[in-house]
Design a protein around this ligand. Structure first.
Ligand code: IMP
Ligand code: MG
Length: 185
């Protein structure tokens, strides 16, 4: 396959833009202000769940004016298809001791809800001062466990989406918008 062909195939997978850069920026400005009001200027910890949330975290943290620290955590979930609660395996853990912090988990998308259900359980066991979840996207129609984020910037229907940190087979994370992924061909 020549270079032009592979670029054409790459672009073909981007079916349509669902959320524009401008729409994302506007919601992030609103949520940044909201977060500024939560802790009265007391320091808190933003925990980014890798890899999907790295773009969202980078923009969200710059929409926040109060003092905050940043932490990273990488999680992989393994589930038997018939079991609705699972085991999340932490492939990279936070370096901070969360018992000293108000914690905000920053996630790209809540789909079945299993990943965040497990991560919030795990972090709660470490006794943070408080724990909240902010997600860029929420697909409530796909939920398999009862999980509700504190803030969701956009609720979307059941489409597989890419861009703004979210991947399709590890590509497309660098798109500046959220798009529907072309699963058809
Ligand atoms: P959950 O445990 O089913 O809620 O899935 C959460 C993870 O699945 C997210 O953090 C994403 O990494 C991935 N995921 C779910 N839906 C999508 C999607 O539409 N596009 C890309 N990744 C997705
Ligand atoms: Mg993810």
């Amino acid at each position: 396959m020549d270079k032009q062909q592979s670029i054409a195939e790459y672009n073909h997978k981007i079916k349509r833009v669902m959320i524009t850069q401008e729409e994302i920026a506007q919601r992030i400005a609103e949520v940044g202000k909201q977060i500024d009001e939560w802790y009265d200027g007391r320091p808190f910890l933003l925990v980014s769940i890798l890899k999907g949330s790295f773009v969202f975290l980078a923009d969200l943290c710059r929409a926040i004016s109060s003092p905050c620290e940043i932490g990273f955590m990488c999680a992989k979930s393994y589930y038997k298809q018939t079991v609705s609660s699972g085991i999340v395996s932490i492939t990279m853990d936070l370096e901070q001791d969360v018992s000293n912090y108000h914690v905000i988990i920053v996630e790209d998308i809540v789909d079945t809800g299993r990943t965040l259900n497990d991560i919030t359980k795990l972090l709660k066991e470490r006794n943070p001062l408080s724990l909240r979840v902010v997600t860029l996207l929420d697909k409530p129609s796909r939920r398999l466990v009862d999980f509700k984020p504190d803030v969701s910037l956009f609720t979307i229907p059941d489409f597989f989406v890419i861009g703004y940190g979210l991947d399709g087979e590890e590509l497309y994370r660098n798109l500046p918008y959220v798009a529907e992924y072309n699963l058809d061909d």
